[in-house]
Design a protein around this ligand. Structure first.
Ligand code: ADP
Ligand code: GLC
Length: 479
């Protein structure tokens, strides 16, 4: 099949979270299944710095955007894994320091930026050399693609036919804009109705993706059910309910060529389930790097995350004092909303030897933390899939997670009687519940033999992409 991905993130060109990792790894897995895969991405400043070999292909797209016509140049990069990446260049929109959000607010022209990009994708699909069997779109920034595809089919007939798949990575971000932005779509007024893009008087791009795509997926089975409830649907649950038969949860995988402690070049020492000694060196290395102290018998926990309400920063902060008093050392690596960055910096000041906070997006440090920590804390309010707990499992770093979404599906509660399981789970969204779960972990950590067995359980779990890529393959091929 010819598969075309439209996305707003792809590691290593542009990443704020797990979406970037998925859009890098899934195309590679599909390529390995024998498909032709192209990924189309905005040419952000970050991408310009990384994709130095991207070459202009001599194609300039002209995109109507309300009363303007805006041009975009197309660049191409052939990756060594065989995946083709196309970048759409429009410096006015994408030559900026961040992707969507400045730490204080969203860019004011996000509707323009991503409507432009989505229309550019559909324009590209009209060229013979970019024709595809399926276009796979991800989250609100490319949710307009299925809408535009449907409109093209309506106005130009089946000569333009491409199947569209829309994946919800996070329903909390819907691409909601005021109605005065609707003319930027250049669609007739019938697209601004409750059956279409209109949502309580506003324009909701994710709603368009859900309504107009041929199939809707999300990134874990439990999350696919949660988003169809009032608590989890962020208002879109009735829209999803109308398509319940077409909504499917396909769990994300891990790219083990990038995330594997046996080969990870960013670690101080490599290690395997058979020989865990390297993990000790990684732990000492990361503690020294961050100026922390911890006795061998005291576990080191980590929190690596975007800093938003979703991730349970407040639950974590409320637990820190008790955890530190229980002997835990804590490493935080995160970036996001200013208010959380401030609170966390304050916590570090209170416990300088036991808590280190790094406010940054630091890919290398994130690997070193996965290698060096004993526990990974993921107290998310909601979590569509979550990748950090999957990386942690592979690195023998035991996840302590709130039982929600993909965390519920991918971490198996440790049972001290059978010594089975891969981590510790808790249900209430409270600091007390997090503390209780971490204390279970601290107790077990005092029994090194049992702890090592748990580490090996975790490291033995296989979340490689192949099985999930085959599910997408089946979906793409379905009539
Ligand atoms: P989400 O997509 O909601 O942010 P995921 O767990 O799916 O959550 O993916 C997060 C990804 O972003 C992981 O690859 C994680 O290592 C990475 N990440 C998050 N915060 C940081 C950070 N501050 N520095 C480096 N990597 C980070
Ligand atoms: C979103 C979700 C996260 C998921 C990622 C990749 O950002 O918050 O849970 O793992 O997308 O699908």
């Amino acid at each position: 099949m010819k598969i075309f991905f439209a996305a707003s993130e792809m590691t290593p060109y542009a990443k704020t979270g797990g979406l970037g990792d998925v859009v890098s790894a899934l195309p590679r897995a599909l390529r390995q299944l024998g498909h032709e895969v192209t990924v189309c991405l905005p040419f952000y400043r970050a991408a310009q710095e990384v994709a130095r070999d991207a070459k202009p292909i001599g194609l300039t797209l002209s995109i109507p955007l309300g009363s303007r016509t805006v041009t975009g140049d197309v660049l191409e990069l052939k990756q060594s894994d065989g995946v083709r990446v196309l970048f759409v260049r429009r410096d006015e929109f994408f030559d900026r320091s961040e992707l969507y959000y400045t730490g204080l607010r969203d860019y004011e022209d996000n509707a323009e930026r991503f409507l432009f990009f989505s229309k550019a994708v559909v324009e590209l699909l009209g060229y013979t050399r970019f024709r595809a069997d399926v276009v796979h779109c991800h989250d609100w920034p490319t949710a307009f693609v299925p809408v535009q595809v449907r409109y093209r089919e309506q106005t130009r007939g089946t000569e333009f036919r491409v199947k569209s798949v829309f994946t919800i990575h996070n329903i909390a971000y819907q691409g909601m804009f005021w109605s005065l932005d609707f003319p930027l779509t250049n669609l007739p007024g019938e697209f601004f109705t409750p059956e279409s893009l209109e949502f309580y008087g506003q324009m909701n791009l994710m709603k368009g993706g859900i309504v107009f795509s041929d199939a809707v997926t999300t990134v874990s089975r439990t999350y696919s059910l949660e988003i169809q409830t009032m608590e989890g649907g962020f208002g879109l649950d009735p829209v999803l309910a109308a398509r319940a038969d077409d909504v499917q949860g396909i769990v994300n995988g891990v790219d083990y060529t990038l995330w594997n402690p046996a080969t990870d070049p960013q670690l101080r020492e490599r290690y395997t389930p058979e020989d865990l000694s390297g993990k000790r060196a990684c732990r000492a290395d990361v503690l020294a790097k961050l100026g922390l102290e911890a006795a061998e018998t005291q576990p080191v926990a980590a929190f690596v995350s975007r800093l938003t309400e979703q991730k349970g920063v407040e639950v974590l902060v409320g637990a820190v004092e008790k955890l530190v008093k229980s002997g835990l050392t804590l490493i935080v690596l995160g970036k996001g909303e200013g208010k959380y960055e401030e609170i966390l910096a304050g916590v570090a000041g209170e416990f300088p030897r036991q808590v280190a906070v790094r406010i940054a997006h630091d890919e290398e440090l994130s690997h070193q933390i996965q290698g060096g920590a004993d526990l990974l804390l993921v107290p998310s309010h909601f979590e569509p899939c979550g990748l950090t707990q999957l990386y942690a499992l592979k690195y023998g770093t035991i996840p302590v997670v709130r039982a929600t979404g993909g965390l519920e599906d991918t971490v198996q509660q440790y049972d001290s009687r059978t010594e089975e399981g891969t981590g510790f789970k808790f249900a209430p969204y409270t600091s007390a519940a997090l503390v209780e779960a971490v204390q279970r972990a601290i107790l077990l950590h005092k029994q090194p033999k049992k702890w090592q067995k748990l580490m090996r359980n975790a490291m033995a779990r296989d979340f490689s992409w192949r099985a999930s890529a085959q599910k997408y393959e089946k979906l793409y091929a379905a009539p």
